[in-house]
Design a protein around this ligand. Structure first.
Ligand code: 5AD
Ligand code: SF4
Length: 468
């Protein structure tokens, strides 16, 4: 049994990151899932979505086949998120349903992802959820064949709280045939005071450029049109490598592969340098879209959050991006109700939103995460006040989102049609270069194509258009 430990997870040393091919599967393990079905439920960010693509590929290596219906599954895996308390509530809600299922049929249950890296959660599982068959951490995915095999006899818990290595040979089963996630780095060293990620995902470890470029070239061969380069803080890419190579260099090399569309998430304003902006404006296949988390518009709160930039520096960067990258859309993340946030601090946040007029924003009420510095700060704002601030912020964000979308009416924009529209089977959906969701009347022959679409109507969250 390997249990999580927050103190170990916090530690950062100068030890070199190893690049390993640790994923192994025995002939016997390849038969464990034969005639059995798996169901993976994913919570949280794109990193988790992509980890689930690895988990699914490993399960298929073991002989399991996929099902979309949890009730049909012989193996259920929850890939969890620890970033806020409501993610916790959703996961434990579903566990209640699964426990009920387990009483009437034989089903194996696995619990993985960021929540599995938390001591309190694993304690809770050890005490109250003895029926969960196995628990695996974010660093243990490569070892799933062994973990699942061992869990046949007893509850198996494998959570490493190490700083982390880079494991290059984990298989992947991609959810889309046209768009792919490509990890460029793992972990985070920023330690923003509210954030649990540096503890659940270890230290920043950049993949070597050659592995990333090889992966993109393979994707092009397989017909992929779009890659999203993934990391918690992509702008810091390369800083941990002992070669002179940074995110601007990587973006340029990925652009030169000629893949049709390149995106990247998530950016930290502190590491966004001019070279990156220059590369973005030089290559047409780097999409004019940036997710640039603000978190707060108050210098006092930004300092308490450990964000390393001021309101003014953020706005300067925003202006530079808007002026150098034509037609660039910008979205953000904002937290309200951080400890000590006064009405004036909150007004500072609204002021920045009024200046940046974001295309969209994910907004959150501060959620204390055990083990982080912010969870120990005195938090004397009432929940009512926090909810009111969130509502005020959302109204403002939605106003600008709609205003930005309105500018698209009657314009012709490129859209990668990636799937059937969730509302109507005669429609396909896709995203513009600027990451606007568009529904288009089209048959399946258009799937995977980038087409010019004239926008015919506009809403706050999406648009309708017709192919021209
Ligand atoms: N409370 C509320 N929001 C949080 N986020 C991260 N940690 C917390 C927390 N403890 C938000 C940040 C981040 C996004 C992914 O989630 O805005 O950018
Ligand atoms: Fe969390 Fe800050 Fe790292 Fe983003 S940059 S993952 S918010 S610690």
């Amino acid at each position: 049994m390997n249990l999580p430990n927050l103190n170990d997870a916090r530690r950062r040393t100068k030890e070199k990151v190893e690049i390993l091919d640790n994923y192994k599967i025995t002939e016997e393990q390849k038969t464990l899932g034969l005639n059995k079905k798996y169901f993976v439920k994913t919570y949280g960010c794109q990193m988790n979505e992509h980890d689930s693509e690895n988990i699914k590929a490993i399960l298929e290596d073991m002989g399991y086949t996929a099902t979309d219906n949890m009730e049909d599954a012989n193996l259920i895996i929850l890939n969890t998120c620890a970033i806020r308390e409501n993610a916790h509530n959703k996961v434990f809600g579903l566990l209640g349903r699964i426990k009920h299922m387990k009483q009437s049929k034989e089903v194996m249950v696995g619990f993985g992802g960021c929540m599995a890296q938390e001591e309190v959660i694993v304690d809770e599982i050890l005490n109250k959820y003895k029926w969960i068959d196995f628990v695996f951490g974010t660093h243990n995915i490569y070892d799933l064949p062994n973990i699942i095999e061992k869990s046949k006899n007893k509850q198996e818990i494998d959570v490493f709280s190490i700083e982390g290595d880079v494991i290059e040979n984990i298989p992947v089963k991609r959810d889309s045939k046209y768009k792919a996630w490509v990890n460029i780095m793992y972990g985070c060293d920023k330690f923003c005071t509210y954030c649990i990620v540096p503890y659940t995902r270890g230290k920043q470890r950049s993949r070597l450029p050659k592995y990333i470029i090889d992966e993109v070239n393979e994707l092009i061969k397989d017909g992929y049109k779009e890659v999203t380069l993934l990391g918690q803080n992509v702008n810091a890419y390369g800083k941990d490598l002992d070669i002179d190579y940074n995110m601007a260099n990587l973006l340029e090399d990925v652009a030169k592969t000629n893949i049709e569309r390149i995106r990247f998430v998530t950016s930290h304003p502190w590491d966004f340098n001019d070279d990156m902006i220059d590369v973005m404006s030089k290559y047409k296949n780097i999409m004019p879209y940036i997710h640039l988390p603000l978190q707060s518009g108050s210098d006092k709160i930004l300092k308490l959050m450990g964000r390393r930039y001021t309101k003014e520096e953020y706005i300067d960067l925003y202006n530079k991006l808007k002026s150098k990258i034509p037609n660039c859309s910008i979205t953000t993340d904002i937290i309200v109700g951080f400890p000590n946030e006064t009405k004036e601090d909150f007004q500072d946040t609204l002021d920045v939103v009024n200046i940046c007029k974001y295309d969209g924003a994910f907004t959150f009420i501060f959620s204390p995460r055990i083990g982080t510095p912010a969870s120990r700060m005195k938090d004397d704002i009432t929940l009512e006040e926090k909810e009111e601030r969130l509502q005020t912020l959302n109204n403002l964000v939605n106003k600008y989102s709609k205003e930005n979308n309105d500018k698209y009416l009657n314009k012709i924009v490129p859209v990668l049609l990636e799937d059937y529209s969730s509302k109507n089977g005669n429609y396909l959906k896709g995203y513009t270069d600027t990451m606007k969701l568009v529904n288009v009347k089209a048959d399946s022959s258009y799937l995977g194509k980038i087409v010019n679409v004239k926008i015919t109507s506009v809403k706050t969250w999406s648009m309708d258009g017709e192919i021209i």
